[in-house]
Each structure stands twice: as structure tokens, then as C-alpha cells.
Ligand binder design. Structure first.
Ligand code: SF4
Length: 215
């Protein structure tokens, strides 16, 4: 199926049906999760639709302790198969001593997020992530499937709102990220995350809006 046919087939389906179909249509699926604000929603859909799916977590070494404990909690609750991915140790240490996130956050994200993903990306046909239209202007234009940087991207919850995802999490008695209750919404690294609605708390006072991993 080409891109147009894939989007036509998957658009009328529910997010859970999309995940179930993906399992039939593709043999090698890469799924990355940040275990951030609404991650439990997509994680739970995979738990129902394809529980064997491995979840890759990009450990930048700059996550909030609350994110790491939330990841542990969800992993134990849903018996998840989570694999941590880290950037090159020497280059990660360089970002720490250099405080690269202050002067060149694109380089810091490249070393700690993009490069480790690039290394494994070649082994997969399709890459799943939980981007949503409502999160920002760039994301509002995405389709369910996109061809991007040499891999097919799949966004099964692109047309779900953050409010709907939150309702699903509560309805299914899933835990909320602890920082959600303190006014954070989009939750990434400690150095680049503050409280705020949608993604307004990310890379505050910088022109950067995306880590470069997806867009
Ligand atoms: S989000 Fe900030 S700290 Fe994390 S990798 Fe990117 S620039 Fe570095």
C-alpha cells in the first residue's frame, strides 16, 4: 500500500483498530514513548491491541525523577516491555559539562535523542508516536501516516484531543503523570520543561518547539 492508500484505510478506524491493523500490515514496528503527560493513553491502547510491542524510551539522562517513577509504575501495572535508549556516553557527558541545552538545544537534542534513534531506525519499517493535532501548529497538519526522514511515521492518535486522552486515562483507572497534577502538561527534560498549557512549557524563551526527533 502506498501512503495515500494507508491514510485512506486507517482514517475511519478508531485508534485501537489502527494499532490492531498496523500489527497485520507491518512486521517491524518501532514505538517510542517519552512517558510524558498523556503517554498512558497510547501505551494502554498498545496493551490492548498489541501487548507484545516493545516500547523504546529515550533516556536523555535529564528526565524528571517523576517521569522515571511513572515509567516504572506503568511498566509494572501493564507488564510492558520497555527498552531504554541512550546517546553516546562521551557526547552525553559533554552536554552535561557544557550545559549545551542553554546555548544550543538543537545540538543537545541531537546528541541525546536523535542520534541514538537514528542508529536503530534502519531496522524498522514504521515508527509510531503519540503526536496529536491539538498540540501545536506544526502537528495540526499531520496525517496518520507520513513519510519522514527515510522512515514511515504512524500517528494513531493524531486526531484525538488531549482532553479525550486524559478522560480515557481516568476512565480506565490509569495513573496520571505526577507532574500533570502540578500544572505541567507537555513533559520532557528538566532543563527544558516548565509548567504551562499544551506545549507552551517546552524550551521556554527559545525559538525551538520540537526536539527534532519527529519533526
Ligand atoms: S530537551 Fe533539553 S535537555 Fe533534553 S535533550 Fe533536548 S535540549 Fe537537551
Amino acid at each position: 500500500m502506498n501512503l495515500e492508500e494507508l491514510n485512506k484505510k486507517y482514517l475511519p478506524l478508531s485508534p485501537l483498530e489502527r494499532i490492531q491493523e498496523l500489527k497485520k500490515d507491518f512486521k517491524t514496528v518501532l514505538y517510542t514513548s517519552s512517558f510524558g503527560g498523556t503517554a498512558a493513553y497510547l501505551i494502554h491502547l498498545f496493551h490492548l491491541g498489541n501487548p507484545e510491542q516493545v516500547i523504546h524510551f529515550l533516556d536523555t539522562t535529564y528526565h524528571f525523577p517523576e517521569t522515571l517513577s511513572y515509567k516504572k509504575e506503568l511498566t509494572e501495572l501493564l507488564n510492558l516491555n520497555v527498552v531504554d535508549l541512550k546517546g553516546d556516553e562521551f557526547r552525553n557527558k559533554f552536554t552535561r559539562t557544557d550545559e549545551t541545552w542553554k546555548k544550543d538545544p538543537d545540538l543537545c537534542c541531537s546528541i541525546n535523542k536523535v542520534e541514538p534513534l537514528e542508529k536503530i531506525k534502519v531496522d524498522y519499517e514504521v515508527w509510531v508516536s503519540g503526536l496529536m493535532h491539538s498540540q501545536n501548529e506544526i502537528r495540526s497538519k499531520l496525517s496518520i501516516f507520513e513519510a519522514r526522514n527515510g522512515i514511515l511515521k504512524f500517528y494513531p492518535i493524531i486526531d484525538v484531543t488531549e482532553e479525550e486522552a486524559k478522560e480515557y486515562i481516568l476512565k480506565n483507572n490509569l495513573p496520571l503523570h505526577p507532574l500533570k497534577l502540578q500544572g505541567y502538561n507537555s513533559i520532557g527534560c528538566t532543563h527544558c520543561t516548565t509548567k504551562g498549557k499544551a506545549r507552551e512549557g517546552r524550551w521556554i524563551n527559545k525559538s525551538k518547539t520540537e526536539c527534532g526527533l519527529h519533526l
